[in-house]
Design a protein around this ligand. Structure first.
Ligand code: C5P
Length: 205
């Protein structure tokens, strides 16, 4: 069984994907991390994320980079959304994701284009969303807990800018697949959202 979980930043898709993987005993891939690793390599080499050639030359990163906490920062996330718009970057990461999705026994993947491009054949597709303000509040709280003090307005502006870039790009834009079930986590706790996700999976299989 392939479970595709797509949605914007801070929607809860990562938490839900991890919970589903645990619940069904399936391997999980956070595909955003791959784009973040490309972006981190670009930044570390002092290259330009908006240059397709610079970004493509950063696609063969070492896997241990995926565990680097730096990848989770907003600076890397922003650069990830810039490098991910380059068609050749998406192509360079395509086979790895397709192979993970189609391994024997199934898998859970989360990202922006899992249900549309990586695994259009997935048995279960979820599109997880929440209002921009609620996503910004979640992100703001996480940043404060990590000791980083930014204004809520700035976090909200960053979220809107990232949504905009991710949904307007020509290659594999973030969009709900026609056969994906919508899960709005705006007013759900993590537990409630997970239970709802499990119920949606059960309804499909
Ligand atoms: O999900 P996360 O915030 O870690 O993703 C970082 C960036 O990587 C996103 O803003 C998006 O531009 C890109 N991405 C993508 N396709 C995916 C996963 C992430 O374009 N499947």
């Amino acid at each position: 069984m392939i479970i595709a979980v797509d949605g914007p930043a801070a929607s809860g898709k990562g938490t839900i994907a991890r919970a589903l993987a645990r619940h069904y005993g399936l391997p999980h891939l956070d595909t955003g991390l791959l784009y973040r690793a490309v972006a981190a390599t670009v930044l570390r080499e002092e290259l330009d994320p908006s240059s397709e050639a610079d970004a493509v030359s950063s696609c063969s990163f070492e896997d241990y980079l995926l565990d680097d906490p730096w990848l989770r920062t907003d600076d890397v996330g922003k650069a990830a959304s810039i490098v991910s718009a380059h068609p050749l970057v998406r192509l360079a990461l395509l086979q790895r994701q397709k192979k993970f999705a189609h391994q024997p026994g199934g898998a859970v993947l989360d990202g922006r284009d899992i249900g549309t491009v990586i695994a259009p054949d997935a048995e279960v597709k979820l599109f997880v969303k929440a209002t921009p303000m609620i996503r910004a509040q979640r992100r703001h709280l996480e940043l404060r807990k990590a000791g980083l003090h930014t204004s809520l307005d700035k976090v909200l502006a960053d979220i809107r800018a990232r949504d905009d870039r991710d949904s307007r790009r020509s290659e594999a834009p973030m969009v709900q697949a026609p056969d994906a079930a919508l899960l709005d986590t705006s007013f759900l706790s993590i537990d409630a959202a997970t239970q709802r996700a499990i119920a949606l999976v059960e309804a499909k299989v």
